[in-house]
Design a protein around this ligand. Structure first.
Ligand code: CA
Length: 233
């Protein structure tokens, strides 16, 4: 499988040199020259690795990393920088980059670093697939999409599974209707719509098991949260 790389570099000559080197190594490349370009590409496509030039159009791209990290698609990030001081390198890693390469560099060095990062990304996905999410008596198997409360298995639709997983990743966090609409259905808040209430009522009734403490709660006028009631105090 070809490694997918997004390259953000604003110097045309350097961009061309990187593209040629990576393509020669069999990687699939898209190039952009601004942070807007990065955000646009990340919101519509998935990449294994993002090669991010530190100074893009006079903007220090390190500051954008935390924001990029919040997007659902998270490639590994390698920073390219003419600043090679140890402090700059540490700053890069502190901001959440996975690797840092000083300019000038040999393209073979960049290729090797990208391969290492792509392998790490792949290994991370494996761990993710195997992982189990647990909150109190609730157990969610992310690999098989099976849900258990104690020893009882609960059958959910794909959408219900998505909602439950989101709530369970953030126990006791209150999710507003608007937030759920946005994150689960991908639509903007519409006060007329009762799609969230309907889905949550159905999900809660499926998740209510005799002799078990309730898991999903409604905060009046606020939203929904997941947790076992004795966790609220
Ligand atoms: Ca630059």
């Amino acid at each position: 499988m070809s490694i997918r790389v997004l390259v953000a570099e604003d110097e045309p000559k350097v961009q061309k040199f990187i593209r040629a080197g990576l393509e020669q190594s069999g990687m699939t490349i898209d190039c952009v020259d601004s942070l807007e370009g990065v955000e646009q590409h990340l919101s519509t496509q998935s990449y294994d690795v993002l090669v991010l030039d530190r100074l893009l159009k006079a903007y220090d791209s390190l500051y954008s990393i935390p924001k990029l990290r919040k997007q659902s698609v998270q490639p590994k990030i390698i920073i390219l920088s003419a600043l090679s001081e140890v402090e700059d390198r540490v700053a890069g890693l502190d901001y959440g980059a996975d690797d840092y390469l000083s300019k000038p560099f040999h393209v073979s060095e960049l290729v090797a670093r990208i391969r290492t990062l792509a392998r790490r990304a792949e290994a991370g996905k494996e761990i993710n697939r195997d992982s189990i999410l647990k909150v109190g008596d609730l157990k969610i198997r992310l690999d098989t999409q099976e849900v258990f409360i104690g020893t009882v298995q609960v059958n959910l639709t794909a959408k219900e599974f998505k909602i439950l997983t989101l709530l369970a990743r953030h126990p006791q966090k209150i999710f507003s209707k608007a937030e759920l609409l946005d994150r689960i259905w991908g639509i903007n808040f519409d006060p007329e719509s009762n799609v969230v209430e309907v889905a949550m009522t159905r999900l809660r009734s499926k998740m209510t098991i005799e002799n078990q403490r309730p898991l999903i709660h409604t905060k009046r006028g606020g939203g929904y949260w997941l947790g076992q009631s004795d966790m609220t105090t």
